[in-house]
Design a protein around this ligand. Structure first.
Ligand SMILES: [Zn+2]
Length: 185
């Protein structure tokens, strides 16, 4: 397989390209479809490089790290892979614990609307709020979701690929338990 074909396949698998959700300025209405999984990145030359943990040999500066939570979202009728910021996942955790909004599984039973101010800039601010109504997710999207890898599987794969690229593949065996201390916040 050529590198181009491999990259195309990678993009498809990771949900990159058109399937990657980006916050637009103003209101973004999304349904969180899967349990978000933390992923940390280093930005090197304008490109994000997945961090697989200092203790596993990731060679980059761990004082400079960007932490997001990867998940599938339904946005404008399309299932997209999203990187949610702390503000949003923190809000989801609050909803989960609130008797008025509590939910026990994914997809969540209602949408959330995230207002982005300064989208696409370093100073972007996100204000999330839950929709008041529960609405079912169409079976079409549930089927689509079942055909995808889980956020956890995708993040594991991203870490393994980066570790292999750095020659640290052996330190990140597929069944190795992630050490919570590996990911700085
Ligand atoms: Zn790292």
């Amino acid at each position: 397989m050529s590198l181009r074909d491999q990259l195309k396949q990678d993009q498809k698998e990771m949900g990159r390209g058109s399937d990657f959700f980006k916050f637009a300025e103003g209101d973004n209405r999304i349904r969180v479809m899967a349990m978000p999984k933390v992923v940390a990145s280093h930005f090197l030359g304008g490109k994000g490089v997945t961090c697989y943990g200092m203790t596993k040999g990731c060679p980059h500066d761990h004082d400079k790290i960007d932490t997001k939570w990867l998940t599938w979202v339904l946005h404008e009728g399309t299932l997209k892979l999203a990187r949610l910021p702390w503000t949003v996942v923190d809000y989801l955790a609050n909803l989960e614990a609130n008797p008025e909004y509590s939910f026990t599984e994914y997809p969540m039973p209602y949408d959330i609307i995230v207002t982005a101010k300064g989208a696409g800039t370093m100073d972007v601010e996100y204000t999330p709020i839950a929709a008041r109504q529960n609405t079912p997710v169409d079976e079409v999207y549930l089927n689509d979701l079942r055909s995808k890898k889980t956020p956890e599987e995708i993040v594991d794969e991203m870490k393994r690929k980066q570790a292999a690229a750095d020659g640290n593949g052996a330190k990140l065996a597929p069944d190795a338990e992630a050490n919570p201390g590996d990911i700085p916040f």
